[in-house]
Design a protein around this ligand. Structure first.
Ligand code: ZN
Length: 259
């Protein structure tokens, strides 16, 4: 299953060219605590999983990494479609594309730590961060917008990935990659329509080029309208932190500044 996902990602993400891609099954992890707060999958720092990879002779230098909990994903599918292998493949590929979209929001961090101590320190920090993630998350204000961490660049990358996967004959529902309603936004379909033919036009580009290109106006507008209209009037946004986040969310769209 992981091989299939890697093959698909290598086919549709030119940015991975020449890099190792680490897709780790949570069941193989030394420390399942790394999964706290992100039960089915998460985009990981490769430095946080480096010791795991070294112990299995899989470390091939810095590269993008994700962890998927295949047992949990299989249990989910078993619940609504027992024994349906096709649905299981779709779920694994969908979650894999979702995690990849997280990784493609920013350039990959590939700098080599200067020395062993720095590397160890980063691993330690990464582990501390992930083990403390649930606790940290719990301290966020309850009215924090649900789309935090799944902002416009994420949705855009996810929709490009979905389009490319479809072209590569992988049948995945767009909502399996990004379900915008989960983040209290308009439907994924609305975002697809607003993105228009951009995925088609840029199908051969790297995601670095996509990031450097201003998104279609309708797409940026939908995001800004969602953030402003969905969050502000309907909710009692009481905490300063939540207000700060809403301002920050709108700033994800450079073109929207001053509008
Ligand atoms: Zn996510």
């Amino acid at each position: 299953m992981i091989d299939r996902l890697e093959k698909l990602l290598r086919m549709i993400v030119p940015d991975l060219s020449g890099l190792p891609l680490y897709i780790i099954d949570a069941a193989d992890m030394v420390s399942r605590e790394l999964l706290v707060g992100a039960p089915r999958g998460f985009w990981a720092s490769d430095l946080a999983v480096k010791s795991h990879l070294l112990a299995r002779d899989r470390w091939a230098g810095r590269g993008p990494a994700m962890v998927l909990d295949l047992d949990l994903i299989a249990a989910d599918v078993q619940e609504f479609a027992p024994g349906d292998l096709r649905r299981l493949i779709q779920a694994v590929l969908g979650i894999g594309l979702h995690e990849m979209a997280h990784g493609l929001q920013l350039p990959f961090d590939l700098h080599e730590p200067n020395d062993y101590a720095e590397c160890e320190q980063q691993q330690h920090v990464a582990e501390l961060l992930s083990t403390a993630a649930a606790e940290l998350w719990a301290r966020f204000p309850p009215d924090l917008p649900k789309c935090v961490a799944h902002e416009l660049p994420f949705i855009r990358a996810a929709l490009h990935l979905h389009y490319r996967a479809e072209q590569a004959d992988a049948k995945i529902l767009p909502e399996c990659v990004v379900d915008a309603t989960q983040y209290e936004l308009s439907s994924t379909d609305n975002y697809r329509r607003a993105l228009g033919d951009e995925p088609q036009r840029m199908a051969d580009e790297t995601f670095a080029i996509i990031r450097d290109t201003t998104p279609p106006r309708a797409f940026a507008k939908l995001w800004c309208d969602d953030v402003r209209q969905t969050f502000l009037p309907d909710r009692n946004v009481s905490s300063r932190a939540a207000k700060y986040f809403i301002d920050e969310l709108i700033r994800w769209v450079p073109a929207s500044k001053g509008e």
